[in-house]
Design a protein around this ligand. Structure first.
Ligand code: PMP
Ligand code: GLN
Length: 385
């Protein structure tokens, strides 16, 4: 809704309330099973919660240092070294953020000026485009093929101009559950070579990847790493989206600019959770087992709905599964999602909201980060539609 106001013009005239708020609100109001917004319906590990409690009880309740507490930055650096054999300096190349959303906002605020072009791939996480717009940038959106969500790198190359300042990628990809391959990353590296284009690589689902696939982080490709801001989210990894803690990795020169904005955007992030996460990250199984954990949930959910009228290609990563409903109704995905919530008591996300020009491909996104019993109840409803 755009309210007329004599004192100012909206900076985001076409932006409405995020679909995540809309669908979760409706699910609550309708007492529906909420597979819309991406968050678990089970608890974070009690050991991690105990660590936070302990940090609170032992006086870690005042401002944390601006870039985040050193022990957490060091734990992240160790994780990156162990997993990918790459080094990020905890002093100068890692900053703790209030979730990945703040990291994304801060990266764009720090780098995008009026008329800069930023290339993004649709369907895209909903925060990218309004944030680019807020800082006067222009979004160049590439709509991915709705069947396989593959990136046409020749098309990308043809869209690059002297105004292109940044590209944003997201792997594993929300909402499609597709992942970028090594070949994709090599093509991207070749396209960006000899340019000054920055890369924002949104890797919040880094540890949620299935079927033995490996996460192709931008930091594994030297021609990308030197120009890349990586965003990550502990909320996704440790089942506590409500804590809103994540981080940003970038080479020193880029991180200097990031921190100039970060210090005024948020200054510093919630202190006791940082103390707890620093300790918890020291046990690699706490994140390395996440892929198997969610693969079992994906398989349970898909096995239960395999005879339903929905069509799907199994998700390769993230905790989202797309279901195509073209055999069920010709309604718009938005109308169908609303009706399913009200009449069938199951909430999902219509993916047209993430598409260019709200392209409606008759696909809904379902979050399977749920207890098995929730997935069973959800599947029963879906099979009866
Ligand atoms: N990027 C993507 C692709 C996401 O799905 C999300 C939502 N969880 C975020 C960023 C934001 O993560 P956070 O909750 O840590 O802000
Ligand atoms: N990333 C989550 C999702 O895609 C939601 C984040 C949010 O609510 N802003 O569902």
């Amino acid at each position: 809704m755009t309210l007329k106001n004599q004192f100012f013009q909206s900076k985001l005239p076409t932006v409405a309330t995020s679909i995540f708020s809309v669908m979760s609100g409706l699910a609550y109001q309708e007492n529906a099973i909420n597979l819309s917004q991406g968050f678990p319906d089970f608890e974070s590990d009690k050991n991690l919660i105990d660590l936070v409690n302990n940090a609170m009880l032992t006086g870690k309740n005042q401002y944390a240092p601006m870039p985040g507490i050193f022990s957490l930055r060091r734990s992240i650096a160790e994780k990156m070294e162990n997993l990918y054999s790459v080094s990020y300096s905890p002093e100068t190349e890692i900053t703790i953020t209030a979730g990945a959303t703040q990291a994304i906002f801060t990266i764009i605020a720090a780098t995008i000026k009026k008329d800069d072009e930023v290339l993004i791939f649709k369907p895209a996480y909903d925060s990218y485009e309004p944030t680019i717009e807020l800082f006067g940038g222009k979004t160049i959106a590439v709509q991915l093929n709705p069947e396989d969500f593959k990136i046409d790198w020749q098309l990308v190359k043809s869209l690059i101009t002297e105004k292109t300042k940044m590209l944003i990628i997201n792997t594993p990809h929300n909402p499609s559950g597709r992942i970028l391959t090594k070949e994709d990353m090599l093509q991207l590296e070749a396209i960006l070579k000899d340019t000054n284009i920055l890369l924002l690589s949104d890797e919040v689902y880094e540890h949620i990847i299935f079927d033995g696939e490996e996460h192709q982080s931008a930091l594994l490709f030297p021609g990308l790493k030197e120009r890349t801001f990586i965003t990550a989210s502990f909320g996704k990894t440790f089942h506590n989206t409500g804590w809103k803690v994540g981080y940003c990795l970038a080479p020193k020169e880029l991180m200097v600019e990031f921190r100039k904005v970060h210090q005024f955007n948020v200054f510093s992030v919630n202190h006791p959770t940082q103390v707890a996460l620093a300790e918890y990250l020291k046990t690699p199984s706490n994140y390395l087992e996440l892929g198997n954990f969610y693969q079992q949930k994906r398989d349970l959910f898909l096995n239960l709905i395999k005879d339903s009228r929905f069509e799907f290609i199994p998700s390769k990563g993230t905790y989202f599964q797309l279901l195509n409903f073209r055999n069920i109704t010709i309604e718009s995905d938005y109308d169908f999602a609303i009706r399913l919530t009200k009449e069938q008591k199951i909430a999902s996300i219509p993916i047209s909201v993430f598409n260019e020009n709200n392209l409606d491909t008759k696909v809904l996104r379902f979050c399977f980060a749920k207890k098995d019993e929730t997935l069973k109840k959800a599947a029963e409803i879906l099979c009866n539609i």
